[in-house]
Design a protein around this ligand. Structure first.
Ligand SMILES: C=C(O[C@@H]1C=C(C(=O)O)C=C[C@H]1O)C(=O)O
Length: 356
């Protein structure tokens, strides 16, 4: 055993020496970016680094572990280049906090904000370089606040993250029969609606602004439970009275990372656009034919009120590809021919939902 541990000690010393060497490259890259006014966070490059190191692994060390270790190495490298600030829809211990940690690791400054609008505003004012907000849930659909902000903001989407949502009944009470009030974010209450109706038919439901605020209430008020994550329970010293009370096991939320510009091309990317159409028959079909004729796969389309004139709409579409690709450029030109308004709101490395 002592001999084997000596082996580990020797390897650790080597790893630390190599990490120091890696850090000196990162610092130099940081200086290069600063001289040219480039953004420090390079999500496309990070994706390439993470894919490369997991492919290099020969299986003795688990791939997920490799990805997690390198996520932190990259996070520390970024912190050597600049003190990166990332605003997210808080408070702490929400799913968005978890999504921000997944994207940026623990070595950067995370700033919890109380609303989606404040996350956008902070990044727009330059008080944070990036923002993380939820954009859609596989059961409940779009996060409309986020779409409405995206429509009017100069910020761009430069990353996406998927997180499986596990909702739990969490409380300071010992058992569910002591619970008379359940509070949570409206989306979390909706996700757990059937369980709550079935198991706690007598409890009152109350909407609050976040799952973390609900957990805080549950920690100070007797008879109150929250619907929220195990992370929120831990943060507020609560017990998990029931696990996985959400509607489906396949409940996943997709988050986006905001920045001043979209990400560079990796070869496996997604692009997001917002567009409006003229008011005449067949116009949406014509607009979308721009994608069909280039063989581009639309992964999502969503309509929202334009908020400029009653009963007029804008469409949000995500599709596979990057604006630097010739066929995507042609599809966007085609879209512009049919639509009075087209805006490219982001491009980012594609994350397969099942990989998250
Ligand atoms: C070092 C760089 O800066 C950051 C750190 C990275 C890393 O540690 O590998 C990768 C991308 C950037 O977010 C770079 O752009 O290469």
């Amino acid at each position: 055993m002592a001999e084997l541990r000596a082996g580990i000690d020797a390897v650790d010393a080597e790893i630390v020496r190599l990490l120091d060497r890696r850090a000196s490259f990162a610092r130099r890259i940081g200086e290069f970016k600063q001289q040219r006014g480039m953004a420090v966070y390079a999500p496309a490059r990070e994706r390439v680094v993470l894919d490369r190191v997991t492919a290099l692994g020969e299986g003795a060390f688990p791939k997920r572990g490799l990805e997690a270790v390198f996520r932190e190495i990259i996070s520390s490298s970024v912190s050597l280049e600049t003190s990166l600030k990332v605003a997210y829809l808080g408070p702490e211990a929400t799913f968005t906090h978890e999504a921000a940690l997944r994207s940026f690791g623990t070595s950067i400054e995370l700033q919890p904000q109380t609303t989606v609008a404040e996350v956008f505003a902070r990044v727009e004012r330059g008080e944070a370089e990036h923002g993380v907000v939820p954009v859609e849930n596989s059961m409940e659909g779009a996060v409309t606040h986020t779409l409405d902000e995206l429509m009017n903001s100069p910020l761009k989407v430069c990353g996406e993250v998927y997180l499986p949502v596990s909702q739990n009944l969490i409380s300071a009470e010992e058992s569910p029969d002591k619970v008379s009030l359940v509070c949570s974010h409206p989306m979390a209450l909706a996700q757990a609606a059937s369980w709550l109706r079935r198991e706690l038919p007598g409890a009152r439901l109350e909407e609050v602004e976040s799952t973390a605020e609900a957990a805080r209430r549950a920690s100070v008020q007797p008879g109150v439970a929250a619907v929220g994550s195990a992370l929120a329970a831990e943060a507020h010293g609560l017990k998990v009275l029931a696990r996985n009370i959400q509607e489906a096991r396949t409940n996943t939320t997709r988050f986006i990372v905001l920045g001043r510009s979209w990400a560079a091309r990796t070869g496996k990317d997604k692009t997001s656009v917002v567009f409006s159409v003229k008011d005449r028959p067949g116009v949406l079909k014509e607009a979308l034919s721009a994608f069909a004729s280039e063989g581009i796969n639309l992964t999502r389309i969503e309509s929202r009120p334009s908020r400029k004139r009653a009963w007029t709409y804008v469409f949000f579409a995500d599709f596979k590809g990057h604006p630097d690709e010739e066929k995507v450029r042609r599809a966007l030109e085609g879209l512009e021919e049919h639509c009075p308004y087209v805006s490219l709101i982001g491009a980012y490395p594609e994350v397969p939902p099942e990989a998250s």
